[in-house]
Design a protein around this ligand. Structure first.
Ligand SMILES: N[C@@H](CCC(=O)N[C@@H](CS)C(=O)NCC(=O)O)C(=O)O
Length: 213
């Protein structure tokens, strides 16, 4: 069986693609990657040909096609259980915050899309976005444990889901409470994230003005 292939969107913009890419890296699973440029006339047909989900990321492995960032992370965790916390209570909380990010915070996504090539600069944030930012920080404070730099001590899928959030906070110069700032700095200092950012900067396929939540 060949290596799994992770199909992703443009690295500067595709926050959904970044999450499973990090999870596969942290799981130590070797994979090939294939980028499908977004926002082009041929994009829709390419995505629909790839999976019933019609979006990236998509993982192709052993005849299976897995779409959805969280489903791919779970596939990785079945092979590398250490990317969820080992304690059942903590694992349940990690899944809860991950699911909250997966399905929520639409206002933040809309107002502060991930764009790793964006100069760092604040924008005026509407009320709904401020509420999302406060809710994320409150959620982090509620679950964060003291042992280790990540949300649940060791790196977990929850951190994969919050890395694009930290990138949004950074590029939009969002003021954070001190503990949230330290956590975001940790995520943004991660070596695998840096590899993604460097590749994003090398990519020059993105039509100007396009943004993805
Ligand atoms: N829930 C999906 C969302 C994925 C998603 O929305 N991906 C965007 C790119 S970041 C996409 O493929 N959009 C389709 C398009 O641009 O036509 C997941 O978690 O994987």
């Amino acid at each position: 069986m060949g290596r799994p292939v992770l199909h992703i969107g443009n690295k500067p913009l595709s926050s959904w693609s970044l999450r499973p890419w990090l999870a596969l890296r942290k799981a130590g699973i070797a994979f090939d990657e294939h980028m499908i440029p977004l926002d082009r006339p041929e994009t829709r047909a390419a995505l629909e040909a790839l999976s019933p989900g019609g979006t990236v990321p998509v993982l192709e492995t052993g005849g299976e096609v897995i779409w959805d960032s969280l489903a791919i992370c779970e596939w990785a965790a079945e092979r590398a259980p250490q990317i969820w916390p080992s304690d059942p209570g903590m694992r349940a909380r990690a899944r809860a915050v991950t699911a909250s990010m997966h399905s929520g915070f639409a206002a933040l996504r809309r107002a502060c899309p991930m764009d790793l090539c964006r100069p760092v600069a604040p924008v005026a944030l509407d009320e709904a976005t401020c509420r999302d930012i406060a809710a994320i920080q409150a959620m982090w404070a509620a679950v964060r444990i003291d042992e280790g730099p990540f949300l649940f001590g060791q790196w977990s899928i929850a951190d994969a889901f919050f890395t694009p959030v930290a990138a949004r906070f950074y590029h939009f110069a969002v003021p954070l409470d001190p503990a949230a700032q330290i956590y975001c700095d940790t995520l943004l200092a991660d070596a695998d994230y840096h590899d993604w950012v460097e590749a994003a900067r090398r990519e020059n396929l993105v039509p100007p003005g396009h943004q993805h939540a």
